[in-house]
Design a protein around this ligand. Structure first.
Ligand code: NAP
Length: 323
């Protein structure tokens, strides 16, 4: 089969398409014929060697994907050949024609969703759900600012928060991104590249502040976020690409808090809740992954380069060759 292999850590050029054997599913494992693989920023951090957890070389990147079950190992009960599924973490990497996953890492893809959308479920929706439900403990009627609402996690956050009955504000850096965040459920949108956008957000709350911030770029925004909080407000740090200085007094006067996580630390119980909650939203159409760009698998380097550039518009997905 064709698969992207990384033989040394480095720039996007280390992502090379190679011919490798198709893995065979062992007991409790499922082999999926991948029709689309999701591209996430963390895959670029790993590829460059700048991540806390690094795989042994060589490896195939990717934890998100969707396709058809090709074969199952002994004892597998929840999946059978031919099932349309999405993958949420896997053993062998989804940037490939086939991916090997544990039975519990494979979930039925609702009929209304395409494979490209299925490739945009686990990291984006898992992260946004974990942030809103487990970390922010969001309640209907609260106001959430999704700071970075045009990308994969941000749009998932907008849709989930909207479906939970929150008022959603979103930010983006382009007109297209702002339109998309509004279309997907943000009642007010703000340009995070515009000086003074924090003042506009405060004004939109009538000076009260927001209850929750889902923060995609904490090293840039965290200090301003603490000043935008309502009483008992919570900033949830999802993304950060550097250091930042904050004034703790801004939190003290607001009884505010900052919490942060990586999705890798999710507990098995929390993970089950995520799949139940997200799965039901996907079934009833409240949650609908937005795919902005599709590239052939061979163009993985281009996809990983573009995901780190400004101008996000939903997910970037890779399409492996069908034969
Ligand atoms: P993505 O699809 O590339 O989207 C990036 C988002 O960040 C876009 O909405 C982008 O907006 C926005 N952004 C750019 N500059 C910003 C600024 N100054 N202020 C606020 N937002 C800004 O990436 P993603 O998959 O949504 O992931 C978002 C971040 O979360 C990444 O840093 C990623 O590594 C991290 N993440 C963390 C976890 C975790 O476990 N903690 C899980 C998933 C993702 P424009 O392009 O419109 O400017």
């Amino acid at each position: 089969m064709k698969a992207i292999r990384v033989r040394e850590f480095g720039g996007p050029e280390v992502l090379r398409l190679e011919e490798v054997p198709v893995p065979a599913p062992g007991a409790g494992q499922v082999l999926v014929r991948v029709r689309a693989a999701g591209v996430n920023p963390y895959e670029t951090y790993i590829r460059s060697g700048a991540y806390a957890l690094l795989p042994a070389l060589p490896y195939t990147p990717g934890s998100d994907g969707a396709g058809l079950v090709e074969a199952v190992g002994a004892g597998v009960e929840r999946a059978k050949p031919g099932d349309r599924v999405y993958i949420a973490k896997c053993l062998s990497g989804t940037y490939a024609q086939y991916a090997l996953a544990l039975e519990e890492q494979v979930h039925l893809l609702p009929a209304g969703l395409g494979f490209q959308q299925g490739a945009g479920i686990w990291v984006p929706y898992g992260t946004a759900w974990h942030a809103l439900v487990h970390f922010a403990r969001a309640r209907a009627g609260e106001t959430v600012l999704v700071h970075g609402a045009s990308g994969g996690v941000g749009l998932a956050g907008v849709q989930i928060a909207r479906s939970m009955g929150l008022t959603v504000f979103g930010t983006a850096g382009t007109a297209k991104g702002l339109e998309l965040a509004a279309r997907e459920g943000a009642s007010r949108v703000f340009d995070h590249g515009k000086p003074g956008h924090a003042g506009e957000i405060m004004e939109a709350t009538g000076g009260r502040g927001v209850d929750i911030v889902l923060e995609m770029l904490a090293n840039v925004n965290l200090a301003a976020d603490t000043r935008m909080l309502a009483q008992n407000g919570r900033v949830i740090v999802i993304g950060s690409r550097g250091q930042v200085t904050i004034d703790p007094r801004e939190l003290m006067v607001r009884r505010g808090s900052i919490r942060a996580f990586t999705l890798w630390g999710i507990t098995p119980e929390e993970e089950k809740e995520v799949h139940a909650g997200v799965g039901s939203g996907l079934l009833d159409g409240a949650l609908r992954p937005v795919v902005g760009r599709e590239y052939p698998l061979a163009e993985a380097a281009r996809a990983q380069k573009e995901i780190m550039e400004p101008g996000a518009y939903g997910k970037i997905v890779l399409l492996p060759p069908e034969t």
